[in-house]
Design a protein around this ligand. Structure first.
Ligand SMILES: [Zn+2]
Length: 453
């Protein structure tokens, strides 16, 4: 499934968990899935986490809460990001539960949050950070290493080797893969040849618009909006997309393709993430580091300002000066972007630039739909703000990326299992890979198993 990434391996009679993601579907169903693991936790010998997006790591605190006491392996940058992302996730769990309890009938027992910040601290105590390309033993016959996935800071593929008396069996788990075109991170490393490749397929049926075109559209939109006296609002997820937007906006000012106006990153979470980016600069593309990080840093400079205080955020949403504001959430239903929209939905001079996928039913999707008004925060507003959708900033591999990454491996991978994609995306990618010459490409259902021999 696209959220709640989780895979179970068994070797030497010991069980290893690959990723422990949070299911983020409909509230009740998601709660049920997150609450009960489809295996006995006490048999798990180790957990390996590919990267710090919540759909890959967000259920770790539940695992700890239910009694898991073994190691959680991840890269050092992932560990630092886990500390930020999981605390934020716990806060959301706690607030959500409080809200649900306030509306429950009197006399019904209060619900407990899925997990709390206390569980997160235990997760961090159990994290063991490993650099890329450091082979580490899991059991007598099993070892693994992280390989650069190029998707977000610290993201890794996991290459596993299982020794038998006769031979070595190999498995690679891609986690989420990055794009070839995005310059912020070090590029995705070659996928190692292996018997079984467990490969993501999020955008297996899509070709993203080129970064070059997308950036040109971004600059043009910013110029037009500022010329007519408006402001630019960019709803974005705090980890991944926000850093890409900061990079291109800074670059636009540097190269004089957009005017010198302040860029506000209105997100305490993004401010903390910026520190992690600085700390792990060696994981960024060296060219980016030399031209942007050292001079201007991701933290504070002439143009980019991180807003932590709520009062300042409120003030900014009402001040008339030209500005660009990046704020979460990416689909406009929560977070600080909400009060900017309240002030500007009916301002025809301003623009909201949507830089990621907008799920049906979200405010972001309603902004995209052609209608003169929009229902938002229990009110109907005139939708006079300009809405621009730029979907070329994705940090995920698209079909062309998958083909490029996998082409050198025809004849070197026996089995491919496509995971982490909606059915249409996985089916399309499967047929492309079969045509390329991979003999066994399948899309497993939840609970399916496969024996490597
Ligand atoms: Zn991801």
């Amino acid at each position: 499934m696209v959220t709640g990434s989780m895979h179970l391996l068994e070797a030497d009679g010991r069980k290893i968990l690959l990723d422990c993601g949070l299911n983020q579907g409909k509230r009740k169903e998601a709660r049920q899935r997150n609450d009960s693991f489809p295996f006995d936790i006490h048999n798990i010998a180790a957990v390996i986490i590919s990267h710090a997006h919540i759909d890959h790591c967000g259920n770790l605190p539940t695992l700890i809460n239910r009694g898991y006491r073994g190691p959680i392996y991840c890269t050092p940058a992932t560990k630092d990001l886990l500390a930020i992302m999981l605390v934020d996730s716990a806060k959301i769990q706690e607030e959500d539960t409080e809200e649900l309890n306030s509306t429950r009938a009197q006399g019904t027992p209060p619900l407990q949050p899925l997990y709390t910040r206390r569980d997160v601290f235990k997760v961090l105590e159990q994290c063991v950070s490993l650099d890329f390309h450091v082979m580490t033993s899991l059991t007598n016959s099993t070892e693994f290493q992280f390989i650069e996935a190029g998707h977000i800071l610290g993201s890794g593929m996991v290459e596993l080797r299982f020794r038998t008396p006769e031979k070595i069996n190999t498995l690679t788990f891609t986690g989420d893969l990055g794009r070839r075109e995005l310059p912020l991170l070090r590029p995705t490393a070659p996928i190692p040849p292996s018997q079984l490749l467990v490969c993501e397929s999020t955008y297996g049926n899509q070709i993203h618009e080129s970064i070059h075109n997308t950036v040109q559209k971004l600059y043009e939109t910013v110029r037009k909006t500022i010329e007519r006296g408006g402001k630019v609002f960019i709803p974005a997820f705090s980890l991944g997309r926000t850093q890409i937007m900061i990079y291109y906006l800074q670059k636009g000012i540097e190269t004089k393709q957009i005017p010198e106006i302040p860029i506000y990153v209105d997100s305490p979470l993004a401010a903390e993430i910026a520190h992690v980016y600085r700390k792990h600069q060696h994981l960024l593309n060296p060219e980016v580091v030399s031209s942007f990080i050292q001079d201007h840093t991701f933290v504070t400079d002439d143009w980019v300002r991180y807003v932590r205080e709520f009062d300042e955020s409120q003030y900014l949403s009402r001040s008339p000066d030209p500005k660009i504001v990046i704020a979460s959430s990416g689909m406009c239903d929560a977070g600080r972007i909400v009060h900017y929209l309240k002030e500007h939905l009916d301002d025809p001079r301003s623009t909201v630039i949507l830089v990621s996928y907008q799920a049906p039913g979200t405010t972001g999707r309603k902004l995209l739909e052609k209608s003169p008004t929009i229902r938002f925060q229990n009110r109907t507003w005139n939708k006079w703000i300009e809405v621009v959708h730029l979907d070329g900033f994705s940090g995920h591999a698209d079909q062309a990326d998958f083909v490029a990454y996998l082409k050198p491996l025809v004849g070197k991978i026996e089995h491919i299992r496509l995971i982490h994609g909606e059915r249409t995306q996985a089916v399309a990618l499967a047929s492309v890979l079969k045509n390329m010459g991979f003999p066994d490409v399948q899309i497993p259902e939840p609970g399916d198993a496969m024996v490597l021999a």
